[in-house]
Design a protein around this ligand. Structure first.
Ligand code: ZN
Length: 167
C-alpha cells in the first residue's frame, strides 16, 4: 500500500515538472522578469518610520519626493540592488491612506524592473492578466509604471517599473 502511494506521488511530481516545463516555455512570448526594482511599503509617517530604516537597519535614504498624482510622499532606501519605497499618504484621498486604514502599515507592492513596459503590459494582457493601468503612468523617480490587478496575481500587487537611463 505504502509503496504504491509513494510511486503515485513521484509520478505526480514528474507530471507537474513536465507541465511547468512545457506551459512556461511554449512560446507565447513571455520574457523572464529579471529583477525586483523595489518593494513598496505603506507607512503613516515618513518622519516616524525613517529612523528605523536609517538608524536601526543602517540603510541610506537616497531620495525623498512627492508624487502629486498618487497623493503620496515617497522615500527611497537602498538595500544592495533593491530599493525600499516608503509611501506616506498626503491626504485621505490617497490610495495609500485607504490601504493603511484597511490593513495597517506594511508591504504594499512589489515592483519588477522591466526594459519595455508597453511590451510587458501587452504580454501580460495576452496571458489573461488584468491590469489596473493598461497605459504606463509616471511614478516616483521619473519611472514609468503600471500595476497588475492583485486578483490576477494571487493576491500580490505587482508594479511594472521602467527606468530610463540617467533619469
Ligand atoms: Zn512602487
Amino acid at each position: 500500500m505504502k509503496k504504491c502511494k509513494k510511486e503515485g506521488k513521484k509520478k505526480k511530481d514528474v507530471e507537474m515538472h513536465r507541465w511547468f516545463a512545457t506551459e512556461n516555455n511554449k512560446g507565447v512570448g513571455v520574457m523572464e522578469m529579471k529583477k525586483v526594482d523595489h518593494i513598496g511599503i505603506a507607512v503613516k509617517s515618513l518622519e516616524e518610520a525613517l529612523p528605523f530604516y536609517t538608524d536601526t537597519l543602517g540603510l541610506s535614504c537616497v531620495g525623498i519626493e512627492t508624487v502629486e498624482s498618487e497623493q503620496v510622499r515617497v522615500a527611497f532606501l537602498k538595500v544592495g540592488d533593491v530599493k525600499l519605497e516608503l509611501l506616506e499618504p498626503l491626504s485621505e484621498h490617497s490610495p495609500i491612506a485607504s490601504f493603511i486604514e484597511k490593513r495597517g502599515e506594511g508591504i504594499h507592492h512589489v515592483a519588477l524592473g522591466v526594459d519595455d513596459i508597453e511590451l510587458r503590459i501587452q504580454e501580460l494582457k495576452n496571458n489573461g492578466i488584468r491590469m489596473i493601468h493598461e497605459q504606463p503612468k509616471r511614478g516616483a523617480g521619473g519611472a514609468r509604471i503600471a500595476f497588475m490587478h492583485p486578483k490576477s496575481a494571487h493576491g500580490v500587487l505587482y508594479e511594472l517599473c521602467e527606468r530610463g537611463g540617467g533619469r
